[in-house]
Every structure is written in C-alpha cells, then in structure tokens.
Design a protein around this ligand. Structure first.
Ligand code: GDP
Ligand code: IMO
Ligand code: MG
Length: 428
C-alpha cells in the first residue's frame, strides 16, 4: 500500500488534519501538494491542540518526513513562524523537505489579493486574503517567483522587477494604491533564503525513490473538492486542484503510483466564504451545528456557514476523485437531534436531479430534497467500534455510505486522535 491521497470531499474543514495525523505514525512521508496557508488544519494530540496552515500534518509524527510539494504556494514568513512555533512546543521539524519548484507568495501577491477583493465589492469571493489566487495567477502567467530563485540574486531581481512593472501600473492607476518597490521586495525575500535553505530539495526525485523502495507516502490535500478550480463551484473556489489529480501534478508522482484515495466527509456540511450551498441553514439548527461543532475558521476566524449533509456533493466527490474510501467525521456533533434531514437529490426548475449539475446557474437554483433519518441521544464519543454506536447512528452511517458511493472506512466521534472508529484499515 505505498501511496494514498487524503482530501476534502466537501468545501474544506472536514477534518483532514485529524485524519492525516491519525495515519502519520504509520506512514513514511506526508506531502502537501497544493494550496498554501489558506488552509487551517487542526490536530489534537492529548491535551495539545495544533493549528497547521502550511506544514503537512505529518510533522507531528516523529517517524514521518513532512514534504511541501511543488504544487504548494509558500509564504516564507509564515513557513518560518510556523516552524519556530512548533519548535518552541518541542516538535522536531528538522526533517521537513521543501520543493525548490514551489512558488513563493510575495508581499505584492498578498496586496493584490486584498485590493482585488475590495474592488469586487459584493461580488467578492471571500478569500482568506493570504495571496493564494494572485500567486497561482503569476505561476500560470509565467511571472511567478520560485523557491529556487532565492539562490540566484540576479534572476530573483529580474523576475521581481518584471512582475512589478505591470502590477504597479494596476496598483497605482486602477486600485489607487502606492507602488511597491522591487528592491525592497528582493531584500525581504533574500532575508529568508539562508533560513530555509536547509529544507530545499528535489522532492519529486526523493518521493519517487521512496515509492520505488515501497515506502508509504500520504498526500494531504488542503481545501476540498467543491473548492477545486476545475471541479468546484467556480468562481467561488480556491485557485488550485485539491482533487486527487492535484496530488500527481503537485508532487510529481504518476497516477499509477496511487492506490487509495480517501475522501474526508463531515457528517453535515460547512462552507466558509461566498458561493452556492444548497443545504445551508439559516435557522436554529444551523446555529446549533455551528455551536456544537465549533464551526469557526482556523485561518480567518470567520463563522462557518452550516447545513445538513448533502449526498449529491458526496457522490460527486466520489466521481471526480475516484474515491476508494470515506472517513466520516464529526458524527458526535449530530447527537441529540430527534430527526436528521439528509439531502438526497436537488429540485431544479421543478425537476428532480440526482447528480451535481455542471451549470452554475442550475446549481444556484438547486433546492435540496430531504429524506429524514431518525436521530440518537446517547453519547457516542467513547465508541471504539461500529457496534458500540446506537442503532440509529449505525443506520445514519449506513444510509450515507449507500448514497455516497464509497465505503465509510473510519468514523470520527471527537477531535482527539483516539476518538475514531476504524472499520477498514487504510493501510492494508
Ligand atoms: P481541516 O481543515 O479539514 O483539517 O479541518 P479543520 O481543522 O479546519 O476543522 C475541523 C474541526 O473539527 C477541528 O476543530 C477538529 O479538531 C475537529 N474535528 C475533527 N474530527 C472531529 C470529530 O470527529 N468530532 C469532533 N467533534 N470534532 C472533530
Ligand atoms: P482547509 O484546508 C475552507 C475558501 C475561502 C474562499 C475560497 C478562496 O482548512 O480545509 P483563497 O484564499 O483560497 O483564495 O479563498 O476558498 N477556502 C477555504 N475554506 N477551508 C479551507 O482550507 C479553505 N481555504 C480556502 O474561504 O471562499
Ligand atoms: Mg480547515
């Protein structure tokens, strides 16, 4: 079982950090393949809580080598502060590997993210403001700055000057902001060069050799399927590919190497930022899910929008990722509801639709068609096996599994590492 992808099956914040950490002790490498510090992955180990943004969650498992792949966008200031924060808490981060091909989030990318959102007004995406979109835009425009550029001052200067030539026109003439000085940006970036040099590596070569040697590699996605730039609810998406194919391009590993794709799936649904969300609740049930589930963003502190489980989304995630398994999280949050509605299909312009519509206009009009399942009131946080769950909780899980198109191989019943019911091993 050499290579697994673990990714979000909804709109992010499904519990990827906890799931990755759970496997961290049994795998040799954990690789982030896309996104950047827009992610906020929470890991709870005993009485310690960690919020990771850029670093792979495997960094908390001593035997595991954490890798930041070429597909990630890296804010060097955030990288260094996250590393020193962990070092202060006694976590050894010395094994980290950082791809020399990863693109850097520059100060002007962060400025651009903020000014373009402001410019969009009520049409804004609700980004995390971390410079993610503008950095990927520069990458695609072939005006990006890569980690390796930090080690050639002349190339770095030429690239920063070329990027700012155009951006300063926009900043001053369109957005009414001050121009950014290329020399200052170069100086700031060069200030990080020596501090991160020890981590920089040819990660594609290392990972492919590891796979040839039968080492176990786990690819940890950021965000989620419905935030994918190609397969998500465009334009209300992030600017990378969290879906399974992103693991190949974002780490330089062929699809033939990957044999398991695990979708992390919350037992209800949440979303942060703007965009369509058919099962969103605006009543006391939504408020209760937010309160009981602690649904507040790890990165921006924004309240998450909450709603019932949406099986259409789950089926779609199975399809576009080729999921082999689901890890169902936060089942414990649903304890106490007498009845739990689950969206099984949509009504769009009077017609019943079973699959996610490709048309944005249709999706914006989609109304959920619910089936109501009986709830349970028993505390499930101590459950260790499926049979420990109350009958109605078992039936809820089985119903979700049937609707979603892949086996539910693990169930989260609390935030802690050990608050997990394992049904099928992910590593066999
Ligand atoms: P990620 O971005 O996918 O890693 O998820 P976040 O960390 O942003 O949000 C998930 C939240 O749910 C975190 O606070 C986790 O500690 C918590 N969590 C994860 N799994 C469970 C679970 O099974 N039950 C409960 N109650 N909390 C969980
Ligand atoms: P994790 O990895 C939830 C959302 C933002 C916004 C959109 C675009 O913790 O699941 P961006 O800054 O990426 O350009 O913002 O994507 N978003 C997330 N929502 N969880 C995340 O990460 C997210 N990362 C980005 O709220 O709607
Ligand atoms: Mg998160």
């Amino acid at each position: 079982m050499p290579a697994l992808v673990l990714l979000g099956a909804q709109w992010g914040d499904e519990g990827k950090g906890k799931a990755t950490d759970l496997l961290g002790g049994s795998v040799d490498y954990v690789v982030r393949y896309q996104g950047g510090n827009n992610a906020g992955h929470t890991v709870v180990v005993g009485d310690q809580k960690y919020a990771l943004h850029l670093l792979p969650s495997g960094i908390l498992s001593p035997g595991c080598t954490p890798v930041i792949g070429n597909g990630v966008v890296v804010d060097p200031a955030v990288l260094l502060s996250e590393l020193s924060g962990l070092n202060e808490r006694g976590v050894d981060t010395s094994k980290l590997l950082l791809s020399g091909n990863a693109h850097l989030i520059t100060p002007y990318n962060i400025t651009t993210d903020k000014v373009t959102e402001r410019f969009l007004g009520k049409r804004k995406i609700g980004t995390t403001g971390r410079g993610i979109g503008p950095t990927y835009a520069d990458k695609i425009n072939r005006t990006g700055i890569r980690v390796q550029d930090l080690y050639d001052e002349s190339i770095l200067t030429q690239k920063v000057e070329a990027a700012l030539d155009v951006k300063n026109q926009l900043l001053t003439k369109l957005y009414n902001r001050r121009a950014i000085d290329a020399g200052q940006v170069v100086e700031e970036l060069l200030g990080y060069a020596d501090q991160i040099k020890g981590y920089v590596a040819d990660t594609t070569l290392i990972l492919n050799k590891a796979l040839d040697d039968e080492k176990v590699v786990l690819f940890e996605g950021g965000q989620g399927t419905l935030l994918d730039i190609d397969h998500g609810t465009y334009p209300f998406v992030t600017s990378s590919n969290p879906t399974a194919g992103g693991a190949c391009t974002g780490a330089g590993v062929g699809p033939t190497k990957i044999n398991r794709v695990i979708g992390i799936l919350k037992a209800y649904t949440t979303r942060v930022g703007a965009g369509p969300f058919p099962t969103e609740l605006f009543d006391e049930d939504g408020e209760a899910l937010r309160r009981i589930g602690g649904e507040r963003g790890v990165t921006t502190g924004r309240d998450r929008r909450c709603g019932w489980f949406d099986a259409v989304i789950a089926r779609y995630a199975t399809r576009v990722n080729g999921l082999t398994d689901f890890f169902l999280t936060k089942l414990d949050v649903l304890t106490g509801w007498e009845q739990i509605p689950v969206c099984v299909a949509y009504e769009i312009d009077g017609k019943r639709v079973e699959e996610l519509p490709y048309s944005q206009s249709d999706f914006h009009h989609a109304k959920p068609i619910y089936e109501t399942l009986p709830g349970w009131s028993e505390d499930i946080t101590k459950a260790k096996s499926f049979s420990d769950l109350p009958k109605n909780a078992q039936a809820y899980v089985k119903a979700l599994e049937e609707m979603s198109g892949a086996p539910i191989s693990a169930i989260g019943v609390g935030p802690g590492r050990d608050e997990t019911i394992e049904i099928n091993s992910f590593l066999s």
